[in-house]
Design a protein around this ligand. Structure first.
Ligand code: GDP
Length: 444
């Protein structure tokens, strides 16, 4: 996962200052030295680091913090706010033209993930905003690009406009927009050609497409794994073409995160979306504040909640809450929860959004074994209705039967029963302890 090293270092640093009742300049200086190193190590542009440290230091030794009752927390708040600001402050929205179709030009170097992102963005526009996009195959140079987009269109069941590779991209864009008007497609996503490097011929062509199609958005797709190169590419494209946003792909990989933290201040272009995988639903809006929270170990609870809301029936959630409160959970409920959670995305990614999750030992290297989850499902499905409600009745011979029926082993059945019991015990404890005692670390 991206930002791991940075998150670790920053969190260790703020841990030292968190509970302090008094803070002097030397404390701030010491902390800032560590923050600076952490950012540089994460491959953040050095000018950006310098500016960031200066801003935080000024605010941290200023009255704002010194006069506060909780200076430690206050410094962390300053770091969080400045980190958010660094990544672009408020989340920026996607344009909607009042004279549809809204035209989005997708640009980027080869291999950055441009074609894939075009498909992902169309998918997101439909799913989240209820839009009806058309994809346009205007990359006539990369041999497989048109076909790749057509395949994506088929997967998404969405129209793809193509005129093969013998018509100029400018003409393709022109005809595509006319066709979208006719067919009432409210978004047109133009997948333009990439090159290995920024070159003049490419830029000329992109400028022509821009002039003719008068796009509402020009999104540059860059690969987060390329670090400062991504920042430089963004700078060149912005100077030559004028971007409205950047889509940072491959943030699911092992990137140190420098690009995400530098792009906005170096290029003055906001990151609008981030790519988190190869699948078509692996694109998310970029929320600077949430990302800052994640980096500082405060979790990304909002994204988690959004994911849950998109997948969970509210009535059922309430019912589940009640059951948890009274610890009367059955295996049926457990299975339902499991299914819902799985539909939200890969489990290890979800776990990482929880506050403090990266401080839990072992979680960093956690690979949630999807096979194991299907075994759990199979085991639960092999229980009788009564067994699911009263697991305490599952004796040795029943365990054998369940193992056989689910194609698993008795030790696996034992383990699940034990885990379920432990979970119920934990729920009882959680509901018994006062919420006051649980509250720590978070602030708004
Ligand atoms: P293009 O040349 O810029 O059009 O690049 P493609 O769309 O063909 O993507 C290049 C490779 O990057 C493909 O294998 C994609 O599946 C992969 N890719 C794109 N976005 C992401 C992402 O967010 N995460 C990961 N892991 N892979 C991605």
């Amino acid at each position: 996962m991206a930002f791991e090293g940075l998150a670790d270092r920053l969190q260790n640093t703020i841990q030292k200052i968190r509970g302090k009742g008094k803070i002097n300049e030397a404390d701030v200086k010491e902390m800032m030295r560590e923050v600076r190193l952490a950012l540089l190590e994460a491959d953040v542009n050095f000018k950006v680091v310098k500016e960031f440290v200066k801003k935080v230091s000024e605010r941290a030794v200023g009255q704002e913090v010194m006069k506060s009752l909780t200076p430690g927390q206050q410094v962390i708040k300053v770091v969080k706010e400045e980190l958010t600001e660094l990544m672009g402050g408020e989340q920026s929205k996607i344009a909607v033209s009042n004279r549809p179709p809204t035209v989005i030009m997708m640009v980027g170097l080869q291999g950055a993930g441009k074609t894939t992102t075009t498909g992902k963005l169309a998918n997101l526009l439909r799913k989240k905003y209820n839009r009806n996009p058309m994809l346009v195959a205007a990359d006539i140079y990369r041999p497989a690009a048109i076909q790749q987009l057509e395949t994506l269109g088929k997967q998404l069941n969405m129209p793809v406009f193509s005129l093969g590779d013998q018509v100029s991209p400018v003409e393709i864009a022109k005809q595509a927009i006319a066709k979208a008007k006719e067919d009432h497609n409210d978004y047109v996503l133009i997948d333009t050609a990439g090159r290995l490097h920024v070159d003049e011929a490419l830029m000329d062509e992109l400028k022509q497409i821009k002039e003719l199609s008068n796009p509402d958005e020009i999104f540059l797709v860059v690969d987060a794994m390329t670090g400062q190169d991504a920042v430089n590419v963004s700078k060149s494209f912005n100077e030559l073409l004028g971007l409205t946003g950047v889509v940072l792909t491959k943030l699911d990989g092992d990137t140190r995160g420098g690009a995400a933290l530098s792009i906005r201040s170096v290029t003055d272009t906001p990151i609008k979306f981030v790519g988190l995988g190869e699948k078509l639903d692996a694109l998310e809006s970029f929320h600077p504040e949430r990302m800052a929270s994640r980096i500082l170990g405060m979790g990304d609870v909002l994204t988690l909640i959004e994911k849950a809301q998109a997948n969970v029936d509210e009535e059922k959630a309430k019912e589940m809450q009640q059951k948890m409160r009274t610890a009367s959970l059955t295996f049926d409920d457990f299975l339902e929860q499991l299914t819902q959670v799985r539909s939200m995305g890969p489990l290890d990614e979800l776990l990482k959004m929880m506050p403090g999750a990266n401080k839990i030992k072992g979680l960093n290297n956690l690979q949630v074994d999807e096979k194991q989850i299907s075994h759990i499902e199979a085991i639960i499905k092999s229980m009788t209705k009564d067994e699911k409600i009263h697991p305490e009745t599952i004796n040795a011979s029943r365990r054998k039967r369940i193992a056989k029926g689910s194609g698993t082993t008795v030790p696996e059945v034992n383990r699940l029963l034990k885990q379920f019991e432990d979970m119920k015990k934990m729920m009882k404890q959680m509901t018994a302890s006062s919420p006051k005692g649980k509250k720590k670390g978070g602030f708004k």
